[in-house]
Ligand binder design. Structure first.
Ligand SMILES: Cc1ncc(COP(=O)(O)O)c(C=O)c1O
Length: 368
């Protein structure tokens, strides 16, 4: 196995903890343990009693019950808890794929969604989001992408980095295509429940049938990345068993304090969603205004879900722009080249409380 550097993570490693304004984060504003525990009466006392032994490898039953509640048809025994979504992606690929399998991947994408398959010896092909169609995928393209050795389709909706939420008709068509062609469908749904109009929320992949695996995490919509709690939900028993078994070689089980805190968080997830969608919606107004003020510099397709968007820089080179911005005024944007995008886009994050101040700094930089 040969894994190249994860470009986005390496970029963040350079700036995340020494830059004043992170204007490209994918996660929503976090909170303290004390604030989280205050969401539920008696939680603070119970937290003190958390037993620090090994925990159940699949995840604590009470936590799996809360996770199952997010879905329509999942039971606690359909849930496997991991250290972040990242571990689950890694182990899904190792459980589901073999050398020479072919995988269709929604593009642009979070790098591990293709890189781990490639490291196993799979061939991957991009299923491109079409900017001219508001970043929609064209389901008709699937029949041209599928090969005899295609094993899986990987999609991410709501989407990192565009903030695109797939339509229900398209989502149903992708599921039908996967089922008819005997393919696994890996649905990265880590931005689920951050739809700006909750009526447009899609069914979860795992509720569509055994062909699908849903990926979730506490990091993004719920703003609790430091818990490092992610999960998969699936009715596919083969994938479930293989992924459970591979975990013995990575983390064995999760952190007991994190599992307790995640259980409290998910039981109170409506409060977290309301708080974080409030921040996103306020920030969207600020960013809308920024782009309206500078039509010659930026072009933007407004996201419909999630905590980020993928505007285009119309003047100059995006890497140079981001580099100057962070060095001169301490505002971090993420160049699209971290996603192998060659069209001068950058990622802007919408989930942090200090976005208005960061945009003010950016405005100052632009006016110079
Ligand atoms: C689409 C997507 N999937 C998975 C992950 C990994 O999530 P975590 O860092 O919480 O493990 C991320 C993180 O940015 C992501 O954007």
């Amino acid at each position: 196995m040969n894994l190249p550097p994860f470009k986005l993570e390496r970029y963040f490693a350079k700036y995340e903890f020494n830059t004043e304004f992170l204007l490209c984060s994918s996660d929503c504003e976090a909170m303290s343990i004390a604030d989280l525990l205050a969401l539920e009466e008696g939680a603070a006392e119970k937290f003190q009693q958390t037993w620090l032994g090994y925990t159940e490898s699949q995840g604590h039953p009470a936590l799996r019950k809360e996770i199952a509640n997010i879905y329509e048809t999942m039971r606690p025994e359909d849930i496997l808890v991991y250290t972040g979504a990242e571990e689950a992606i890694y182990l899904f690929m190792h459980a589901a794929l073999n050398k020479n399998d072919h995988v269709i991947v929604h593009a642009p994408h979070y790098q591990s969604l293709s890189e781990i398959a490639i490291s196993i010896g799979c061939e991957t092909c991009a299923w491109p989001a079409r900017e001219e169609n508001g970043w929609a995928l064209d389901v008709n393209e699937l029949k041209n992408l599928i090969q005899l050795n295609t094993k899986a389709i990987i999609i991410n909706t709501p989407h990192n980095p565009t903030g695109y939420l797939m339509s229900r008709a398209d989502f149903e068509a992708v599921n039908k295509f996967a089922q008819e062609n005997n393919l696994l469908l890996f649905c990265d749904e880590v931005y689920r429940e951050s739809e700006y109009n909750s009526a447009l929320r899609l069914p979860a992949g795992c509720d569509m049938g055994e062909h699908a695996v849903s990926l979730g995490v506490t990091s993004k919509t719920y703003g609790l990345a430091g818990l490092r709690i992610g999960w998969i939900a699936t009715k596919n028993k083969n994938i479930y068993q293989s992924m459970a078994s591979l975990k013995d070689y990575t983390t064995i089980c999760n952190s007991a304090p994190s599992e307790f805190l995640a259980e409290v968080a998910l039981r109170n997830r409506q409060k977290l969603v309301t708080r974080n969608l409030g921040i996103i919606k306020n920030n969207l107004e600020v960013v809308d205004e920024l782009f309206t003020q500078h039509p010659g510099i930026f072009e933007w397709i407004r996201p419909t879900a999630g905590s980020m968007g993928f505007p285009k820089l119309l003047k100059g080179d995006v890497e140079q722009f981001c580099d100057n911005l962070v060095r001169e005024v301490g505002v971090l944007l993420l160049p699209g080249t971290m996603y192998d995008d060659s069209e001068n886009h950058f990622r802007i994050g919408l989930g942090r409380k200090n976005l208005p101040q960061a945009v003010e700094r950016l405005e100052g930089y632009l006016s110079k």
